[in-house]
Design a protein around this ligand. Structure first.
Ligand SMILES: Cc1ncc(COP(=O)(O)O)c(C=O)c1O
Length: 363
């Protein structure tokens, strides 16, 4: 039996009729940009997160650039960022005029730690981008205790919770989300959001997403054309009430992997202390990860090494990576492998994956 790497269709299938009706409503309204659906989604999403403000933008990459600028990041500044993340995280920094300064991750959690961030601080550090990678929760309060504002990249962590019960998106100075279709909360196209408790940052994000203008007449600064559109907002509003149940399904699937003995065969991801991870991707580690991938492929099991070449080794990041030594990143990059994960990944699927890993006999 084949087990896909992820399944975005089954969890949303029962919502398709409601989504179609909502799409029809938007078509009839003929309001497509910055209308009532975006405003309502922004209110719903802020309330869900426990954040003061949510502002819809075009995608998760723009969200990062816009949020950093709204936090005051600009030319001459340094921004600390992990290398072991999707490339968009560091890519979003140079457009602000600032320089990405790469830091290491703990390969057990795949997240930055106060120690890895401290090692990368410079006199010019204006902000840290902490990524809640794979749905795990980075230690935001401990990093802000270093005295530097944190932007959470929560693109992969919708539905997760920190040890104190608060949600990624409401832990740092500001946070960003991607609603790319395969995300825990996915649109049917591109979409993103910035969230914050700071009214000043929220106000600047609203201005920056619309060409640096408040009134469409006066343009105060050079901004962006980056809006969440009405259709995507309407689709996200239908899905948001189901996010926690889907997150529970992801957590259960992770627990099934552990209960089925997968941890005896490969290294399982370590949840940060007390956190509750809505696994966006379930990523294990093994010294022979590529050999494992090829056995799983042969058995019809979805798998992918997402970041085999970490960001600081990508050609475009060469100017920012001179002489860097990030051992935790190199370890995670060389050994990680995502295996099937979704809100509807059942015990039989999990058992099938574990049997295939066992049969690989990689030692
Ligand atoms: C950690 C992380 N940051 C940023 C992004 C960028 O989001 P988008 O694709 O919506 O631009 C993604 C996902 O694509 C991501 O996984």
């Amino acid at each position: 039996m084949a087990v896909p790497l992820f399944d975005t269709d089954t969890p949303t299938r029962f919502l398709k009729a409601e989504i179609r009706a909502k799409v029809d409503e938007v078509l009839e309204s003929a309001a497509f940009i910055l209308g009532p659906e975006v405003a309502a989604f922004e209110a719903d999403f802020a309330a869900y997160l426990g954040a003061g403000h949510a502002i819809g933008v075009g995608n998760g990459t723009d969200a990062l650039t816009i949020a950093l600028r709204a936090m005051g990041v600009g030319p001459g500044d340094d921004v600390v960022v992990p290398s072991f993340t999707f490339y968009a995280t560091p890519e979003a920094i140079p457009p602000t005029g600032a320089r990405p300064v790469f830091c290491d991750v703990d390969p057990e959690t795949f997240c930055v730690t106060p120690e890895t961030v401290r090692a990368a601080l410079t006199p010019r550090t204006k902000a840290v981008v902490a990524v809640h990678l794979f749905g795990n929760v980075a230690p935001i309060a401990e990093i802000e205790a270093l005295g530097v504002p944190v932007l959470e990249d929560a693109a992969q962590a919708a539905g997760s919770r920190a040890a104190d019960g608060r949600r990624p998106g409401a832990l740092g100075t500001a946070a960003t989300f991607s609603f790319y279709p395969s995300k825990n909360l996915g649109a049917f196209g591109d979409g993103g959001a910035v969230t914050t408790n700071d009214a000043g940052i929220a106000d600047r994000v609203r201005t920056l997403r619309f060409h640096g203008s408040r009134d469409k007449v006066t343009f105060e600064e050079v901004g962006y054309n980056s809006r969440l559109d009405e259709l995507q907002a309407a689709i996200l509003r239908v899905q948001l009430p189901h996010l926690d149940r889907w997150a529970e399904g992801r957590r259960d699937a992770g627990d099934h992997y552990a209960a089925a003995g997968l941890g005896e065969l490969v290294t399982l991801p370590t949840v940060t202390p007390g956190a509750s991870a809505a696994w966006h991707l379930y990523v294990v580690r093994h010294a022979q990860a590529d050999a494992l991938a090829s056995v799983l492929r042969g058995a019809g099991i979805g798998q992918k090494a997402y970041y085999r070449l970490p960001s600081h080794r990508q050609p475009a990041m060469r100017p920012y990576a001179d002489g860097l030594d990030l051992p935790g990143t190199d370890e995670a990059a060389a050994t990680h492998l995502a295996i099937p994960m979704s809100p509807v990944l059942g015990r039989r699927d999990v058992d099938e994956v574990v049997v295939a890993v066992r049969d690989a006999r990689l030692g």
